[in-house]
Design a protein around this ligand. Structure first.
Ligand code: NAD
Length: 433
């Protein structure tokens, strides 16, 4: 198949590269000239394990290319994927669909024969119908179908998720579009990945329901963690005991500083908004959003509590600022609330993160960036672990304690056991234990 991919972000680039690896001819388009220049020069603009190699291999095989020119990408394309951003719209929590609709209009102006227009971006119910309307209005004679194909990959494990998905969801309205989508995903069906065909609205809904459920699961265990602290229970043992129940499952039961990232915050907000608009309020999701916001403030207090809320002039070391390990993505990371609050309380904050500095430097003004956790902790009154990068999992705790002004640790990812941290001399706090 010949495919065009619009948007070369975390989803567009990974999808484009993986589709080319399936054997399809893929042209990736972006509006951002810097990204396209970098990609043409063989540089991957994001940090995603394994992406460099796969991209280089498929470019070398002549199946993958990059352009600023949408018309060129659409020439002879069987399908075009929209993988542009759908951030939260300022003011009302709704998904900002302006990039999706702008892409739809540009596609309509450049269609070349029958093409399936596939939305991969996460979009509210009704968006695919609106994309179809825009295309009909802009190009009344165009031959096309629309399809909804939400993406479920996780940053940090994106290639594995794309190549071995739990399921692929495809919303279509015609047999012709279904046939094109079946061809595109044939390499995965051959590997027994289930491809679920639904209507457009159902496909759109599955993505929001899945993300909201996962955000709820995290938030649930975070609230349980707070209760565990009060009653002397251990949230990790509780999560283990719960997660072994096949009806519950062990994943997304790690208590921490609150969910963040490019998807859960904006998708829960959008789902709450969609519910309100349709007089079907999503009260669980609304509560999840509130609790998660409050969580980040509680975590700030947990850190400041270590130094009796007297941060002025004191050095605090922060280990990890990306919203999770193995990504450079800082979007809606809990660190974006917690670190400025520490700076605001008067602390001298020294930050170390294996990949977060590039994005983080502009987002976290007033902090000192370090490349080594021991240097960051030198002379500090407290350290906090916000992201569970492997680099922070096997620190020499006695050494760390020895170089600090006072060994205090707020381990918000429960990387260390309270016993080992205390044995190393730390005044230690974590979550739910
Ligand atoms: P991103 O911001 O990383 O990338 C979007 C890209 O689209 C940018 O490079 C931008 O320049 C480009 N773009 C915007 N308008 C364009 C246009 N008209 N023509 C060409 N290029 C254009 O976004 P992302 O994280 O890849 O997310 C994309 C969508 O996928 C969102 O709806 C998101 O919710 C969804 N999603 C993301 C993830 C994830 O882990 N990041 C996972 C599943 C789904």
């Amino acid at each position: 198949m010949k495919l065009a991919m619009i948007g070369t972000g975390y989803v567009g680039l990974v999808s484009g590269v993986c589709f080319s690896d399936f054997g399809h001819d893929v042209v990736c388009v972006d509006k951002n000239p810097d990204k396209i220049t970098a990609l043409k020069a063989g540089e991957v603009p994001i940090y995603e394990p394994g992406l460099d190699d796969l991209m280089h291999r498929n470019v070398a095989a002549g199946r993958l290319s990059f352009t600023l020119d949408l018309a060129e990408a659409l020439k002879g394309a069987d399908a075009v994927f929209i993988g542009v951003g759908t951030p939260t719209r300022r003011g009302d929590g709704h998904a900002d669909l302006s990039y999706v609709y702008a892409a739809a209009k540009e596609i309509a102006e450049n269609l070349d024969g029958y093409t399936v227009i596939v939305t991969k971006s996460t979009v509210p119910v009704g968006t695919n119908s609106e994309v179809a309307r825009i295309i009909r209005e802009t190009a009344p004679a165009a031959e096309f179908d629309v399809a909804s194909n939400p993406e479920f990959l996780r940053e940090g494990a994106a290639i594995e998720d794309f190549m071995r998905p739990d399921r692929v969801v495809v919303g279509v309205e015609t047999d012709r579009a279904r046939e094109v989508m079946a061809q595109i995903y044939r390499p995965l069906s051959l590997r027994n990945a289930p491809v679920l065909y639904t209507g457009l609205e159902t496909a759109e809904m599955i993505k929001y329901a899945a993300n909201a459920f996962l955000a709820t699961k995290i938030t649930f265990i975070n609230e349980i963690a707070t209760l565990c602290e009060k009653v002397g229970a251990d949230v990790q043992a509780v999560a283990d005991g719960m997660g072994r129940d096949g009806r519950i499952g062990p994943k997304f039961l790690n208590a921490g500083p609150g969910y963040g990232g490019s998807c859960f915050p904006k998708d829960t907000n959008a789902l709450a908004r969609i519910g309100q608009e349709h007089a079907a309020p999503q009260r669980i999701v609304e509560a999840v959003i509130d609790i998660n916001e409050a969580r980040k403030r509680q975590m700030t207090d947990k850190i400041l509590g270590l130094i009796d809320f007297a941060a002025n002039g004191k050095k605090i070391a922060v280990f990890g600022v990306t919203f999770k390990p193995n990504t450079d993505d800082m979007r809606d990371s809990p660190a974006l609330t917690i670190v400025p609050a520490l700076v605001g309380a008067g602390a001298r904050v020294h930050v170390v993160d294996p990949q977060g500095r590039k994005e983080g430097e502009t987002l976290l003004p007033g902090v000192v960036w370090e490349s080594d956790p021991y240097r960051a902790a030198e002379g500090a009154e407290a350290v906090t672990i916000l992201t569970e990068w492997n680099e922070f999992r096997a620190l020499d705790l006695p050494r760390l304690a020895g170089i600090m002004a006072a060994p205090r640790m707020a381990d918000l990812r429960n990387i260390y056991s309270p016993e080992e941290a205390r044995a190393a001399g730390f005044t230690y706090t974590s979550v739910g234990r």
